[in-house]
Design a protein around this ligand. Structure first.
Ligand code: PMV
Length: 304
């Protein structure tokens, strides 16, 4: 039996979303699929050569996240001890595309099936949040919400996702080749907020205005305005010290190749860059490839 969940892209608003600013985001069509098969209760990730067993207090993140999900769902390990849960990633991992949240949601769903439980959406969300806390510390909740619900819209911390009608938006996703550093970058922004509260709050206010502009641009199909808001958001993210040389390089290359907008997506410090280049996607991807960066093409928004 299979259970799956979506990856995600943040178009604008990462980091500020932790402080209550809305973020514009969309689900990826693909994400993570967890297959249940006869076994001994392991969470298996063939791509990493890993078999993890639940362990709440110590051990790898994967073991602690697995235990946190079981506990939140109130499923006794004995109820699933005859089953292995094999996770397959359909998106790059450690890249800011929400793979850990998609894994958490898909695993929670698979555990409910294996324990013959109803898949109660609130319980799944709570369990995925507990796992995300293991992976990321104090997440805004965006990743696991979009992993679970799919769709496109504005996410607000504590309020969830408000769907937004959007045309299908093709996006180039470029991989810096460096793992994104969500935990470290979130901590750096918190330190900046403590050191320079006014300047940092001004960055968040600027991001809020850009997110609002971008949401309006999406609704009216004004892609140049969306691209400009993405470029401006990237400038503020660099000021918040969550960019890195590869991200800056990839944004510059994308714009040179004709992209209307380019910025990091997710935690930053590595991970992925997104570029909006309607009808010019292949030019952007070729430019990245020539500089040694892998990429993929995806679409967010449009019909679910
Ligand atoms: O790197 P990711 O995919 O986990 O995205 C992190 C997004 C942040 O806004 C930086 C953190 C958060 O919890 O929303």
């Amino acid at each position: 039996m299979n259970a799956s969940a979506h990856g995600k892209v943040i178009l604008l608003g990462e980091h500020a979303v932790v402080y209550g600013v809305p973020a514009l985001c969309g689900a990826l069509r693909s994400g993570v699929t967890v297959t249940s098969q006869p076994g001994d209760g392991a969470l298996v990730v063939p791509a990493w050569g890993v078999r993890a067993y639940p362990c709440l207090d110590e051990g790898e993140d994967l073991s602690r996240a697995y235990a946190a999900i079981l506990r939140a769902l109130r499923i006794d390990m004995r109820a699933v001890a005859g089953t292995d849960f094999v996770a397959r990633f359909e998106i790059p991992t450690s890249a800011g595309l929400g793979s850990s949240a998609a894994l958490s949601v898909a695993l929670a769903r698979a555990l409910c099936d294996a324990a013959a439980r109803q898949k109660d959406p609130e319980a799944i969300a709570e369990a995925a949040l507990r796992a995300e806390e293991v992976f990321h510390g104090r997440p805004s909740g965006l990743d696991h919400t979009v992993a679970q619900q799919g769709g496109f819209g504005l996410f607000r911390r504590g309020q969830g996702l408000s769907p937004l009608r959007a045309p299908a938006l093709p996006l180039c996703i470029g991989l810096t080749g460096r793992a994104r550093d969500t935990r470290g970058r979130v901590a750096r922004v918190a330190a900046l907020y403590a050191e320079a509260p006014e300047e940092t709050a001004a960055c968040f206010a600027r991001i809020r205005a850009l997110v609002e502009r971008a949401a309006a641009a999406v609704s009216s199909g004004d892609l140049p305005a969306l691209g400009a808001a993405m470029n401006d958001n990237q400038e503020v993210l660099a000021r918040l010290e969550v960019s890195c040389p590869e991200i800056e390089d990839m944004c510059r290359l994308a714009r040179e190749a004709g992209a209307l907008g380019a910025k990091l997506t997710g935690g930053g410090g590595g991970g992925c860059v997104i570029a909006l280049a309607p009808q010019g996607e292949e030019a952007v991807r070729r430019r990245w490839a020539a500089a040694g960066y892998d990429s993929l093409l995806t679409t967010v928004g449009g019909a679910a």
